[in-house]
Ligand binder design. Structure first.
Ligand SMILES: Cc1cc2nc3c(=O)[nH]c(=O)nc-3n(C[C@H](O)[C@H](O)[C@H](O)COP(=O)(O)OP(=O)(O)OC[C@H]3O[C@@H](n4cnc5c(N)ncnc54)[C@H](O)[C@@H]3O)c2cc1C
Length: 191
């Protein structure tokens, strides 16, 4: 079998949940500068029934610890969703995060916590009107009860491998910030 060898000027490790586990596999890396990983699942619940959205704008409550709070959004199909909440996940080892062995199932019982949160800004929410939607996992750098941490963009000057940029803790609003992050990396590391 033929092997393809790539020799890039710059490698960006943007492996999300696996970023720390992947970093540990690079030769020459200073392990002391790899930040600790914390993981927090965020579940969404959908509003059932055929009635239209209760609001014509997004609703963001006061942020909670670890997340933005259970907010109200409508997707492009008009489906109303509430979330995400914050559920810390313990005991994730390097292999699990490297292979993305996470449980993304939304436990229907979590709805019990959603009703009172949503009723703070939507008191008319009917009992039994929420259905499990989907979930995502945040790659966090701060754990429960710790102050929130910013994104970490690490180049060779800190971890020792020149030509490698590691992105850690790219949780929300990482998607919105993606172009700005890319520009920052290009300006700082592609010379
Ligand atoms: C519940 C939730 C809600 C969010 N809401 C928002 C929002 O409203 N607005 C916003 O801006 N952001 C939001 N985010 C954050 C946003 O999803 C992330 O910031 C963004 O996806 C990060 O992009 P990324 O490319 O760094 O990582 P990811 O999107 O996680 O992509 C990493 C990729 O690397 C791949 N990978 C991992 N390991 C390896 C490997 N060893 N080899 C090859 N590939 C590998 C993975 O399969 C994956 O495709 C939310 C996140 C969650 C969890």
């Amino acid at each position: 079998m033929q092997q393809l060898e790539l020799i890039p000027n710059l490698v960006v490790n943007s492996a999300g949940l696996a970023a720390q586990a992947l970093t540990k596999r690079f030769h020459g890396i200073n392990h002391r500068v790899i930040p600790p990983s914390h993981y927090a699942r965020g579940c969404y619940f959908m509003l059932s029934g055929s009635r239209g959205p209760p609001f014509d704008h997004l609703v963001y409550p006061i942020p909670e610890e670890g997340g933005l709070g259970v907010h109200f959004t409508v997707d492009l199909t008009g489906q109303v969703k509430f979330g995400p909440d914050v559920e810390w996940i313990d005991g994730v080892d390097d292999i699990s995060s490297f292979l993305n062995r996470f449980d993304y199932v939304v436990n229907p019982k979590r709805a019990e916590k959603f009703y009172p949160e949503i009723r703070k800004y939507y008191p008319e929410l009917k009992d039994e009107s929420l259905e499990p939607g989907y979930s995502g996992i945040r790659p966090k750098l701060s754990g429960p009860k710790q102050p929130p941490a910013d994104f970490v963009i690490q180049g060779g000057e800190s971890h020792g491998v020149h030509g490698l940029v590691n992105l850690f803790g790219i949780e929300s609003p990482g998607f919105t910030s993606s172009l700005a992050i890319a520009e920052h990396i290009a300006t700082r590391f592609l010379k």
